[in-house]
Design a protein around this ligand. Structure first.
Ligand SMILES: NC(=O)c1ccc[n+]([C@@H]2O[C@H](COP(=O)([O-])OP(=O)(O)OC[C@H]3O[C@@H](n4cnc5c(N)ncnc54)[C@H](OP(=O)(O)O)[C@@H]3O)[C@@H](O)[C@H]2O)c1
Length: 231
């Protein structure tokens, strides 16, 4: 299949659906495409607001294996998993190895680990997608700072590009969701000059974007509006 389409999808995985953008994606997919068998997951019980989601730790390989074994075929995998932290580094003197390692694990490493066990289940023409961030663009970085977040989202984009080369029958894309009011962004959106969206609006934008994804989008990085972003 040359094009992804939620209408012809039967089974999907949505990782990171406990709150924020992921929760709104879950609600929208279930209401707009009720025929889809959606396996959505959360990680932190104390933050989970989604009664339909299952618990999965995307950094625990045995957890992922059990989850993968419970699935047959998959038409899409969406991951919203991401971590910014409350005090992203403004300069080198704020580098903290533990904090930075955590950012890389959550933002970048979870996806290849997850796909190590899910790729066998992917149908031809399936969509594999992550919420990345514009600040993960190396060529568009003119402000600096946010070492851990920027670096780990850039690494995530590289992993997605790699997977697009290996998973030739799937559409593998990174997408910037747009600045969205969630717990991740709450401390930073006050100073933002551009438009800030609600999580429900962002979920709509993302579904519209994925609904237009073609095989030739694979290995690339996009703004939710469809504009291509540079690595
Ligand atoms: N909001 C924005 O303005 C914005 C802008 C650009 C990109 N993004 C990206 O969009 C995605 C969704 O963010 P959001 O705004 O919806 O924020 P959010 O509400 O904080 O959601 C972040 C998600 O990541 C998961 N997560 C965090 N740490 C985890 C860990 N250690 N293990 C497993 N899962 C973990 C959370 O699950 P648990 O709480 O269950 O652990 C949650 O599902 C993120 O990847 C973010 O980088 C957001």
């Amino acid at each position: 299949m040359n094009k992804f389409d939620f209408i012809s999808a039967n089974t999907g995985v949505l990782v990171g659906a406990g709150h924020g953008i992921g929760l709104e994606l879950d609600r929208r997919i279930r209401s707009e495409f009720p025929h889809i068998k959606l396996y959505s997951t959360y990680h932190d019980q104390s933050k989970n607001q989604n009664s339909k989601a299952l618990r999965l730790d995307p950094l625990d390989e045995s957890d992922i294996m059990k989850f993968a074994d419970s699935l047959s075929e998959i038409d899409f995998v969406i991951s919203t998993v991401g971590y910014l932290g409350s005090t992203p580094e403004k300069s080198l003197k704020q580098i903290d190895l533990k904090e930075m390692t955590y950012a890389f694990q959550v933002n970048a490493l979870h996806m290849p680990l997850l796909m190590k066990h899910l790729y066998r289940k992917l149908n031809s023409g399936s969509l594999v997608t992550v919420l990345s961030a514009m600040v993960g663009s190396v060529s568009d970085n003119h402000m600096g700072g946010w070492y851990g977040y920027r670096g780990s989202k850039a690494a995530l984009n590289m992993f997605m590009r790699n997977m697009s080369i290996e998973l030739r029958k799937s559409i593998v894309v990174s997408v910037h969701p747009g600045t969205t009011k969630t717990s991740l962004s709450k401390d930073f959106i006050k100073s933002v000059k551009h438009e800030v969206y609600g999580a429900d609006q962002t979920a709509k934008h993302l579904i519209d974007f994925w609904q237009n994804c073609m095989m030739n989008h694979s290995g690339r990085f996009f703004h939710w509006s469809g504009e291509e972003l540079t690595y």
